[in-house]
Design a protein around this ligand. Structure first.
Ligand SMILES: [Zn+2]
Length: 186
């Protein structure tokens, strides 16, 4: 039996000086990109926007809120804040489908205040209709109520007559309680 002869290595070995040690890889040595600016202080958080009363509204509102919170260094309260924005927006879209919903985020005295307004009347001519309407809305906001309570915050509907039209629901969550709640989620 004849053995095949090993083919000669035709590759020219690189001179030692041209080999790049892995520690000098330019990709590894590339410094991590730094944020263009330090976060804005929470006290300057004040954003308002409108979304259409459509199924996409919740995602759009949450994305906007996430961007706003991160710009102010408030990632630690992102979990409950986005849940609150999502729940309030979903309920508003349910009561005012295809109409414009107004969303506001404000920082005041160590708490995040979220307000969502929709054009559905806060009161109806018949007081029984008003009670049924509020009861329906409150049931839709059961999860919101749980999240706010876990954050040691408060929430509610605007009082009748407080605004000329539509319904305004607000939720306040203090940073300490919201951060503690977010940590308990993981
Ligand atoms: Zn109603």
């Amino acid at each position: 039996m004849s053995r095949k002869r090993a083919l000669p290595n035709t590759q020219t070995p690189q001179p030692r000086s041209r080999r790049m040690p892995i520690g000098l890889c330019p990709l590894i040595l590339q410094p991590a990109p730094k944020a263009a600016h330090p976060p804005l202080p929470p006290e300057k958080l004040a954003y308002s926007f409108t979304v259409p009363g459509e199924p996409e509204a919740v995602g759009i509102a949450r994305d906007n809120a996430r961007t706003s919170l991160r710009a102010h260094g408030l990632k630690d309260i992102e979990v409950p804040a986005l849940q609150i924005v999502g729940e309030l927006t979903a309920a508003a879209a349910h009561f005012a489908p295809s109409q414009s919903l107004y969303i506001s985020l404000r920082w005041r005295e160590g708490s995040l205040r979220t307000i969502v307004w929709d054009p559905h009347p806060r009161t109806h001519h018949d007081p029984d209709d008003t009670r049924t309407c509020v009861s329906h809305r409150t049931r839709l906001l059961l999860l919101l109520g749980c999240v706010v309570r876990e954050c040691e915050g408060t929430w509610g509907l605007s009082e009748p007559g407080e605004t000329s039209e539509g319904t305004r629901v607000w939720a306040d969550i203090p940073r300490a309680g919201a951060t503690s709640y977010a940590l308990r989620q993981f």
